[in-house]
Design a protein around this ligand. Structure first.
Ligand code: BTN
Length: 251
């Protein structure tokens, strides 16, 4: 399988997620669409993703499975895609001298601030993942943010540098492609340990809201299950598992 990334830049689009979805059948595995500006950028949980024009990286990468892509991936392993993307983002940031963590499931944090968000949208076919569109919004050169955003930061704020977006995207996507290959092609199981070692707040006691009953509870994150559920021990030592949207962090 060819590990080459194909990057296409557009000046403006509604969302790079939609851009890739519209042309899905015509694009190869590891095709990337990046935009200088998105008019309807999407975040997790139906939120908008707002990014200052030309300042940040907003792009989506297409993963295909089967004949012209990665080996078939059962739906039960779809969280591997998030894990691989997360470790790719963290490894890229490390190359820029920044130590980052993953706030489960899809946010990349530097201490208590968010530098990057990911939106993983899988297209399923029976019990398998046919394709995945991984959208990444990384704050790069933006230094002033809308006050309504919770805890944003950027590479420029953290390092004091200014970055060429096109050069950064080339480096970033080549690291991401290696990470996807490591996990989805070579089944490197070492990533589970690596992922957990980068888990924001792991082993610390903090307050969370359970979305099942709206109650605040104190707990300690102990890991993530193979299907991608967050494992938490509450104060009484009871083991709990939360799927996406079932728990909110209090930061
Ligand atoms: C989040 O943290 O809520 C996820 C943000 C994902 C944003 C990226 S920007 C590129 C791609 N296109 C979109 O519309 N969304 C993702």
């Amino acid at each position: 399988m060819d590990n080459k990334v194909n990057i296409r830049w557009v000046e403006e689009t509604d969302s790079t997620q939609e851009e890739l979805r519209r042309g899905l059948s015509g694009y190869d595995n590891l095709s990337v669409t990046a935009a200088l500006s998105q008019t309807a950028g999407r975040g997790q949980r139906g939120n908008k993703w707002v990014s200052e024009k030309g300042k940040n990286l907003t792009f989506s990468i297409l993963l295909k499975f089967g004949e012209h892509g990665f080996p078939p991936l059962p739906v039960s392993r779809q969280f591997d895609i998030s894990k691989a993307a997360t470790l790719g983002v963290i490894s890229y940031l490390e190359k820029r001298g920044v130590e980052a963590q993953v706030k489960w499931p899809n946010d990349i944090y530097i201490r208590n601030k968010k530098i990057c968000g990911m939106l993983v949208e899988n297209i399923l076919d029976g019990g398998k993942v046919a394709a995945s569109i991984v959208g990444i919004g990384l704050n790069v050169n933006q230094t002033v943010f809308d006050p309504s955003l919770t805890n944003p930061t950027s590479l420029a704020i953290v390092t004091g540098g200014e970055y060429d977006l096109r050069l950064e995207l080339e480096k970033f996507t080549s690291i991401l492609a290696s990470s996807f290959s490591r996990v989805l092609l070579n089944n490197d199981t070492g990533i589970d340990k690596e992922y957990e070692s980068r888990l924001y707040r792991k082993g610390e006691s903090h307050e969370y809201v359970s979305c099942r009953d709206g109650k605040v509870f104190e707990g300690v994150i102990v890991g993530v299950s193979p299907e991608g559920k967050l494992r938490v021990h509450d104060k009484k030592g009871e083991h709990k598992e939360f799927a996406f949207k079932e728990i909110n962090y209090i930061i």
